[in-house]
Design a protein around this ligand. Structure first.
Ligand code: APR
Length: 266
């Protein structure tokens, strides 16, 4: 017989699983913390990139607009001499938390995930009902028609042009000061407005508009569930808040949901 002492998260895992299993339209918001166990640094908190190096300048998108060709030369240079975040993205693989969320999507419990991460690991874990609100570092995007294409190598001409509309192409990653692509915003509004439960994994939930889509679900009186290493500003609003590593917690929550849903294949 396990006691709360030897399984401090057991009861909250069961409560979170029950809320997820009972929801008719659960969505998720994920952040850098879900990829921490894949070796990708987070931004805030004691080892965060912004904590160590300060936030990047807010004029990145202005620099792009002023001279897309010069901006692309800098991208080429950074690819040759990657910084800590870029280097960590290159070979990163999904971890147990990504696979647990993919399982919740597969069994129909998780209807959509909004991720703030640009690492593409949710896609690599097999998730499809996904909005990468801050873009995907493995893709390029036309600034006119938002057509996306693989970012396999540095283009030969600066700036590259869109094959469909001739617009200027940039990396899909959304820079500070850059508007969120309209197609991504529209999908987030649509998914957030129909949700009756929201799961937040690995995020401080301090960046808009991403965090707003999660808060909106809670503000309509629906349950918010937090899975995060540390307490955050949303902890106080959550029906359940689990504070430990996402890999183990999400795996246990997914297993518990499958038990409740009697989906058989454990
Ligand atoms: N498991 C679960 N949570 C973790 C883990 C882990 N193994 N490791 C760290 N965390 C938590 C931290 O406690 C922190 O609360 O993940 C959270 C990461 O928060 P941030 O670093 O603020 O990242 P995020 O919320 O994704 O930031 C949002 O800010 O700068 C922008 O564009 C950037 O998309 C990013 C946005």
């Amino acid at each position: 017989m396990t006691t709360p002492h030897d399984d401090p998260h057991g009861e909250d895992i069961r409560r979170a699983a029950a809320l997820l299993a009972d929801a008719s339209y659960c969505i998720a918001l994920t952040g850098a913390g879900i990829s921490a166990e894949s070796g990708i640094p987070t931004f805030r908190g004691k080892d965060g990139l912004w904590t160590k190096h300060g936030e990047p300048p807010l004029n990145q998108f202005d620099e792009f607009r002023d001279s897309p060709a010069d901006w692309w030369r800098n991208v080429a240079e950074r690819r040759r001499n990657p910084d800590e975040l870029t280097a960590s993205l290159v070979n990163a693989q999904p971890n147990d938390a990504h696979f647990a969320m993919a399982e919740l999507e597969r069994i129909g419990v998780l209807k959509h995930t909004i991720t703030q991460n640009v690492d593409g690991l949710h896609r690599l874990a097999g998730m499809e009902r996904l909005t990468e609100i801050h873009g995907n570092s493995r893709l390029l995007r036309c600034t006119q028609c938002t057509t996306r294409s693989p970012f396999d190598e540095i283009p030969e001409i600066f700036p590259p042009r869109c094959d469909h509309c001739g617009g200027i192409v940039k990396t899909d990653t959304v820079m500070f000061g850059e508007p969120i692509p309209p197609d991504a915003l529209e999908r987030c509004y649509r998914e957030s407005s129909r949700a009756d439960c929201v799961l937040l994994v690995g995020t401080t939930a301090v960046v808009s508009p991403a965090a707003d889509f999660a808060f909106a679900v809670g503000q309509r009186g629906h349950p918010m569930i937090e899975v995060n290493l540390d307490p955050t500003v949303i902890t106080q609003y959550c029906a359940v808040a689990l504070h430990d590593k996402a890999g183990e917690l999400m795996s246990r929550i997914a297993a518990s949901v499958k038990e409740l849903r009697g989906s058989g294949d454990q």
